[in-house]
Design a protein around this ligand. Structure first.
Ligand SMILES: [Zn+2]
Ligand SMILES: [Zn+2]
Length: 369
């Protein structure tokens, strides 16, 4: 079928809206009519070149919609199901999936290639194959995806809200609860409160943190963080260091969550200085692939028994975690409607990312219907 899509041709270029040819689903694939797609910073790493762009690509990896067609062998969902897409597949068979670590599924290796694990493409433009970021390519109103990348949810949940669970919310809440293992009464610092960081603030609040410090240079996001559970805020890591020292009588934070747009080595030493003895420092943010150094006090790191944890996708097991997050949304504990601060049409996608960079959104989203 012919559909519009926002295609990224090269590093530093704006998205171009093109009419592409989208293939019908193969045996174990489904065709999804999307309701919305979030604008996530991970898409932007392709634009900046932090993450390699192998060729023309339909970006977008945070979406939800309705299944409109299924391949002959599909068993996980059926036509008419409301689904959230997930950027990391869960095959259910590899050693990672069968040990409850679906975020590390071996099929995740194809997230950046643009093509499916069998080496084929589902999208074509002017006779040439083009890729789909994370095999999803949600910057198009329709997408053909593997059934290993969809989870059905109840139809009462608004799909434009559910879309955020596909990436940012799952990553941020998981960073706080699964990786950071925030405990009741913990002091938590969240560095960077865009979509993922705001979700991390909510995860920390839901887990029972008594003090949540949001660190964010932009006044708008810093102010909004309070609505999601931040008890204090600081405009810089330096300011946060003094604040947390005062709040904790010098003990510092039990958990520090790094959720900035782009990770750099210099931030690591600062974040570890914010971390208490025996505390946990969690890196969520993507760093440029070429960056390989960080300045850290190794003496303090070992002698203070600190823990440094990386993770991808909030250690999510989508088949279980999406249901939990949907239930938390229904209960009112997880505030998702409030996170979508601006909606754009597909044609406005470049404006949407400009708003993300300007810090005038918590989460921007493309709305298809
Ligand atoms: Zn994302
Ligand atoms: Zn797997």
């Amino acid at each position: 079928m012919k559909v519009d899509a926002a295609v990224l041709y090269g590093v530093g270029e704006p998205y171009k809206i093109e009419e592409i040819e989208l293939d019908a689903p193969r045996e174990r694939e489904v065709l999804v009519e999307l309701t919305a797609s979030g604008l996530c910073h991970s898409d932007d790493h392709l634009v900046t070149g932090d993450v390699p762009l192998p060729g023309p690509m339909v970006a977008g990896h945070e979406g939800a919609g309705v299944v409109v067609d299924v391949g002959s062998q599909v068993t996980r969902v059926k036509q008419g199901d409301h689904v959230i897409l997930h950027p990391v597949p869960s095959c259910g068979q590899c050693r990672w999936c069968v040990t409850g670590r679906a975020n590390l599924c071996d099929l995740g290796a194809f997230a950046l290639t643009g093509y499916a694990p069998d080496g084929t493409y589902r999208r074509h433009l002017k006779g040439e194959d083009i890729g789909a970021f994370c095999q999803l390519g949600t910057f198009s109103p329709y997408t053909t995806v593997s059934e290993t990348q969809v989870v059905a949810i109840d139809a009462d949940v608004p799909l434009e809200v559910a879309a955020l669970i596909g990436c940012g919310v799952t990553t941020g809440v998981g960073a706080a609860t699964k990786v950071g293992r925030v405990q009741p009464g913990d002091v938590v610092v969240v560095i960077g409160v865009g979509g993922v960081g705001t979700s991390a603030v909510q995860g920390a609040r839901i887990a029972g943190a008594s003090t949540i410090v949001a660190v964010e240079p932009g006044e708008y996001r810093r102010r909004r963080a309070a609505e999601f559970g931040a008890t204090h805020s600081a405009a810089s890591v330096e300011d946060a260091t003094g604040l947390v020292r005062d709040l904790t009588h010098g003990v510092m934070a039990d958990v520090v969550l790094i959720t900035v747009g782009v990770m750099h080595g210099e931030l690591l030493g600062q974040a570890l200085a914010l971390t208490s003895k025996g505390g946990r420092c969690v890196i969520t943010s993507v760093a440029p692939l070429a960056e390989t150094t960080a300045a850290v006090s190794l003496f303090d790191f070992a002698m203070s028994n600190k823990r440094l944890l990386g993770h991808v996708y909030g250690e999510a097991n989508p088949q279980d975690d999406f249901r939990r997050l949907v239930d938390l949304y229904r209960s009112g504990a997880l505030r998702l409607d409030e996170m979508i601060t601006q909606e754009f049409t597909l044609a406005q996608i470049n404006e949407g990312f400009a708003a993300m960079h300007a810090g005038t959104t918590v989460r921007g989203a493309i709305r298809y219907r």
